[in-house]
Design a protein around this ligand. Structure first.
Ligand code: 13P
Length: 343
């Protein structure tokens, strides 16, 4: 695939005023979320939940791409239409999570390395053949006084870059996701410092592996205080810290940045994204890249709690899903505000 074709897909995903929906939870993670909502964790429940999502009317108005998992990319809805076709009919580009999960990093207690490079070239061709146009790989960086180590940052950045190069070789746009976790008592300044080092390292490795920056999307964490930090900074401070960090570390050739939600509430994730766009991007376009979303929990969670596996709750859950997608769509223009949450 030509560089221009990759850049075009990236623009369709990130440049047209819509966001990305992550619905690529591993079976174990999806099961955990189902159980937490009081739903039996079965393959049937996972399928019903994903069918509910991909058949939500109007989703394509707010969502340009949906990230599927290996389990779902070949599944069909109850009427026999494939999930990939349902998404494509709704003008949503199908994507695929291709990493094999974060495993303990040898000799680095408390740190993880994401695996999945072995055999990736062949798997990518298989996913492209069933309709995937982009992919995702998540690296996890934990943070406390002693970590992250250079070993962890370098190993994960190297794997992200190898993955991204393989994606582009196969004609898929890579979403490059280095996630600095929110867990812990660290303050926002520490998150900013670590995130900056991580992003600079990732882009150094992406350059070494010859990854086309115009044909990728960055999926970072926002710069936030740890969940246990006594000082929880306000919207303006979070927006300023996040944008400052990104300006220092993300090349202007990258077309877009789609944040993960990382365990923030749906409302907070929307409010923080909206504040960034209102203050720094919209309508003056003072940033070199689009600031968008690629949320999983911050879009799905309220809807799953309404659904609870009950067939008669499907419509109400779809409305809740669309509501969060609509709030985040408004946040792309800096137009989300809390009155949108009123019934
Ligand atoms: P969250 O928005 O729930 O953090 O998930 C995003 C994601 O895709 C993690 O890989």
């Amino acid at each position: 695939m030509s560089p221009q074709a990759l850049a075009d897909i990236a623009q369709q995903l990130i440049g047209a005023g819509r966001g990305i929906l992550a619905m690529d939870e591993s079976n174990a993670t999806c099961n955990r979320r189902l159980l937490a909502a009081g739903i039996p964790a079965t393959p049937e429940a996972r399928h019903a939940w994903r069918e509910l999502i991909v058949t939500t009317p109007g989703l394509g108005d707010c969502i340009a791409g949906a990230i599927l998992s290996d389990e779902t990319i070949r599944q069909d809805a109850t009427d026999g239409t494939s999930f990939v076709k349902l998404l494509t009919n709704a003008a949503i580009i199908p994507g695929i999570k291709v990493d094999a999960g974060a495993k303990d990093l040898a000799l680095c207690p408390g740190e993880k390395i994401t695996e999945g490079l072995d055999g990736l070239r062949e798997r990518l061709h298989g996913y492209a053949a069933v309709g995937a146009r982009f992919a995702k790989w998540r690296a996890v960086i934990a943070l406390d006084e002693a970590i992250p180590t250079t070993a962890c940052i370098e190993a994960n950045a190297h794997a992200l870059a190898r993955y991204a190069a393989l994606c582009q070789e196969a004609g898929l746009v890579p979403i490059v996701e280095p996630e600095v976790l929110m867990d812990g008592a660290h303050n926002m300044a520490r998150c900013a410092a670590v995130t900056e080092v991580v992003l600079l390292t990732v882009f150094r490795h992406l350059a070494t592996q010859r990854v086309l920056l115009e044909g990728m999307i960055l999926k970072p964490n926002m710069v936030l205080p740890g969940l246990l930090c006594p000082q929880q900074d306000g919207l303006d401070d979070v927006a300023a810290a996040t944008v400052t960090c990104l300006l220092r570390s993300v090349p202007a050739a990258v077309p877009g940045i789609a944040f993960l939600s990382g365990g923030q509430s749906g409302e907070l994730a929307s409010a923080r994204l909206s504040t960034m766009n209102a203050r720094f991007a919209w309508p003056d376009a003072r940033l070199p890249w689009t600031l968008a979303f690629s949320f999983a929990r911050a879009i799905q969670q309220p809807a799953m709690e309404i659904w609870r596996g009950q067939p008669d709750q499907v419509q109400a859950a779809q409305q809740a899903l669309l509501h969060r997608a609509t709030c985040n769509h408004a946040a792309l223009r800096g137009e989300y505000n809390e009155t949108m949450e009123m019934p």
